[in-house]
Write a protein that binds this ligand. Structure first.
Ligand SMILES: [Zn+2]
Length: 430
């Protein structure tokens, strides 16, 4: 007897025609034609059943604040930071909680069930940390939320940040953040990386820094981050977010840097939507794309997971809560268009990010949490192409969100009477 049985699923690895049996919130069987009764049966109809989407880089304290107190006119990272600085003193715990919960509703509808959010700790009131710790608890039944203590105004540049970051960690914020490229000097940036890695080592925490979010090829804090990771024995527990300066770095230098990053098992978190929007702003033409070296880093065996960074906030007036939008942008901007590339991009919004967050029980296999998304698409490549409807979002064996399939009715003589976008999956591509 199962609590839930999903029939005829296609998995992201290409296996098709499988049933998934769920009992007590866990997956207990993944096989063809499972026999037995179930309290609830869902026919996936051969469509893609994926583990949930994972966003390893977000700002839940800023989300849905677009227009407060005004719009970002230049569209740059620096005006975004200045604008956030204007908004920050007016923030209240109640308003932060309400916006974050509202965003989480949207995330669930998109099958996004794990999020790592940075929390700005530059304002010593720490109302942001208080609010998001409350949100972490309130959404725990449906979203795994990790919080990063993020000194937005600089760990050394902002006089209150050192003490506030430490207090935020004492309050229960999970991860040590940083922003070395925003410190006053390269030296301060490097010092901040060393100090923050030391704090993580002493407290037994992970590190996730905004690092080299710049077009300056000499912004090389990623090198220091990798070296300090090895120095403190933090391999596999440190992430570098953005790393956009790598786009512009000298190739010879990168040929030494990437093996150093691999030695540190540094986790890499590009944010393709934000990076293409904010980078290259000082360029005329040609204009740089502003991504880190995604295919090269993947080829070197580094774990690369994509984040959204922003939805409707001072830095980005777009965003949908859909990690497939992120993969779609990454595909175009990196020109990763082969079948194998698309699989790798799908991994970058699912399993890779789950590994970066250290999620337990993630995946579609016996023993894993029964957390799944049924998409109106036939495989991962089609999912990236279509960014389709999430027909069912399942958490611990229960459907927590449903969306009706997208079907258009046609009134054309001699033509079919309906169009299902999933039916257009190419038959001969692989
Ligand atoms: Zn960010």
């Amino acid at each position: 007897m199962f609590d839930l049985l999903i029939r005829n699923a296609t998995l992201p690895d290409g296996r098709a025609g499988l049933d998934i049996g769920v009992r007590a919130g866990r997956i207990v069987a993944v096989e063809a034609a499972i026999a037995g009764e179930a309290a609830e049966v869902i026919d996936a109809g051969g469509l893609l059943v994926s583990p949930p989407f994972v966003d390893p880089h977000f700002h839940m304290d800023a989300t849905l604040s677009l227009g407060l107190p005004r719009m970002n006119i230049s569209g740059t990272l620096l005006e975004g930071i200045a604008l956030w600085g204007e908004l920050r003193p007016t923030l209240t715990r109640e308003a932060l909680v309400e916006r974050a919960l509202r965003y989480c509703d949207l995330a669930v509808s998109k099958g996004l069930l794990a999020i790592r959010s940075h929390v700005d700790v530059s304002d010593p009131r720490l109302v942001t940390a208080e609010a998001l710790l409350e949100v972490r608890e309130r959404v725990a039944p449906y979203i795994d939320l990790q919080l990063v203590a993020f000194p937005q105004d600089g760990y050394y540049r902002c006089p209150e940040a050192e003490a506030a970051l430490s207090r935020a960690l004492d309050m229960g914020v999970d991860i040590v953040g940083g922003i070395p490229h925003f410190e006053r000097t390269m030296e301060d940036g490097a010092r901040s990386v060393a100090a923050l890695c030391r704090i993580a080592a002493e407290r037994g925490l992970m590190v996730d820094m905004h690092c080299d979010e710049s077009d300056d090829p000499m912004s090389r804090h990623v090198e220091t981050l990798a070296a300090q990771t090895v120095r403190f024995g933090l391999q596999g527990r440190v992430a570098g977010s953005h790393l956009t300066s790598m786009h512009s770095m000298d190739n010879y230098y990168v040929s030494k840097l990437i093996p150093l990053m691999a030695e540190a098992d540094l986790r890499v978190i590009p944010n393709p939507l934000i990076n293409i929007m904010l980078q290259g702003r000082h360029d005329t033409y040609p204009k740089r794309r502003g991504h880190t070296r995604i295919p090269q880093l993947m080829e070197a065996g580094l774990t690369v997971g994509f984040g959204q960074d922003c939805v409707l906030d001072p830095w980005y007036s777009m965003g949908t809560g859909d990690l497939l939008d992120v993969a779609h942008m990454a595909l175009h901007a990196t020109q990763m268009g082969s079948g194998a590339d698309k699989r790798a991009l799908f991994d970058a919004v699912t399993v890779n990010s789950a590994r970066i967050m250290g999620l337990d029980g993630y995946g579609i296999a016996p023993g894993c949490n029964a957390d799944m998304v049924i998409l109106q698409a036939k495989d991962p490549a089609e999912a990236i192409r279509l960014r389709p409807v999430r027909l069912k979002v399942i958490r611990r064996g229960k459907v927590i969100a449903e969306t009706a399939p997208e079907l258009s009715r046609l009134a054309l003589d001699g033509r079919p009477d309906r169009v299902d976008p999933a039916d257009y999956a190419p038959r001969h591509a692989s």
